[in-house]
Write a protein that binds this ligand. Structure first.
Ligand SMILES: *Cc1c(COP(=O)(O)O)cnc(C)c1O
Length: 405
């Protein structure tokens, strides 16, 4: 019989050679535009704190108020005794923000995605025998992939279309036109985290309609970020309120603590409250987080300038980093992939940049394809122009020294 510690030690050694997940450089204080690391202040270009709400005074105050008024934890799942009125209030607020009928909260977007697919496809819903099909973008987030793994293979066909390639999707839908599927689901990220590109939701809305499919969009990297009012990828693509099912996280732009949701038609959300296993059997979102997230949505709805500042910062950084001679993936999302090619270059450069005062992460195989190693900059409204300039100076210095530019 094998010794499990020997087995994992061998594997660990190999894993750590790729170093993608190894470096956990701790912050010695809150998440913000400028953070403290190794006793030094560095510019943060690696967080999902897109609109700077992670350490915003109003969000902090709200979280403290949440504890004062509703306590720390609720020690129950929603349906036993873990629903506080503030949970319903936040769900209503999210629906209003997204232009949907209803919303159900989860402890994370991971939990939301894990619940969604199986809750529909593993249930007979009046059918004795049936088959469903899911078409999934090749670069969809791990939680969408794992969510689909919970769908029974006997009743769910799982298909993958080329990344952001609507023609490939249409080709597959055409191919299956005469198959008697019960449900067809098209599943995509709103924004893809490694590339910073947006799904063609305008086209996908029409395609879903033409083929009588359900359009599922995980907008985690877009809610509070994309569109003039930060309503997400649907707003940016002119289809706000037209997506069948939206999921998203409260752990990125919306305060960055925790929480996720599924949002859509009233019947679907009520059905999820009866069927979603990660909702039914997992603890309610704690009051300080509910209050913090509520304050984050309030800020976004009240003050358009927060999102405008993010968009301005993003445009400025994208323009200036190209001027320095770096190659980026074009776009307008605050995720800015700076392409370097070899893994070793990305590894060294992120280390050198940290020494020069910039916190940024490299991504390489297997997270991205071989030869496409990159640094992923993430711009935030929390950055002042002088912070961005400081980061750009470091990029220039380190880039020249390493002969990347
Ligand atoms: C970050 C992310 C998640 C996970 O969200 P959590 O709330 O942290 O579980 C899910 N989907 C996408 C697309 C993400 O980017």
């Amino acid at each position: 019989m094998a010794n499990y510690l020997e087995l994992v030690s061998q594997e660990l050694q190999q894993l750590e050679e790729t170093k993608t997940f190894k470096y956990e450089v701790p912050l010695e204080g809150p998440q913000d535009g400028v953070v403290r690391v190794n006793g030094k202040k560095v510019v943060m270009l690696a967080s999902n704190n897109y609109v700077g709400l992670s350490n915003h005074p109003a969000v902090r105050r709200a979280a403290i108020k949440g504890i004062k008024e509703y306590g720390y934890g609720v020690a129950s799942v929603r349906f036993i005794c873990g629903t506080q009125d503030i949970h319903f209030d936040l769900e209503k607020k999210i629906s209003k923000f997204l232009g949907t009928e209803d919303t159900i909260l989860f402890s994370s977007c991971w939990a939301a995605n894990e619940a969604f697919f199986a809750s529909l496809t593993n249930e007979k819903l009046g059918y004795e025998t049936y088959k469903d099909v899911i078409y999934s973008d090749r670069l969809n987030h791990a939680s969408i992939i794992d969510g689909q793994r919970l769908c029974k293979a006997e009743t769910t066909d799982k298909k993958i279309y080329k990344h952001n390639d609507v023609d490939d999707l249409i080709r597959q839908l055409e191919e299956d036109k005469n198959t008697d599927y019960r449900l067809r689901i098209i599943a995509t990220d709103g924004v893809f985290s490694m590339e910073g590109d947006l799904a063609h939701l305008d086209k996908l809305v029409d395609i879903a309609k033409n083929y009588n499919a359900i359009l599922f969009v995980d907008d985690s990297h877009a809610v509070g970020v994309c569109g003039k009012r930060g309503r997400g990828t649907p707003e940016a693509k002119g289809v706000h309120g037209k997506i069948d099912v939206l999921t998203g996280t409260l752990g990125k732009a919306i305060g960055g603590a925790a929480g996720g949701y599924i949002s859509g038609k009233k019947e679907l959300i009520s059905y999820m409250r009866q069927k979603a296993r990660t909702y039914i059997f997992s603890n309610s979102l704690p009051a300080p987080i509910v209050y913090g997230a509520t304050a984050a949505f309030d800020l976004l709805m009240k003050d358009k300038s927060i999102v405008t500042r993010l968009h301005k910062n993003t445009a400025y950084f994208r323009k200036e980093i190209v001027k320095l001679g770096f190659t980026i993936l074009e776009g307008d999302h605050p995720i800015v992939p700076i392409m370097l090619g070899e893994a070793a270059v990305a590894q060294d450069m992120s280390k050198e940049l940290l020494k020069a005062g910039v916190y940024i992460k490299g991504l390489w195989f297997p997270v991205v394809p071989k030869g496409e190693a990159r640094l992923r900059a993430q711009i935030s409204a929390a950055l002042r122009t002088k912070d961005i300039d400081r980061a750009l100076e470091a990029f220039e210095k380190v880039g020249k020294r390493m002969k990347v530019i």
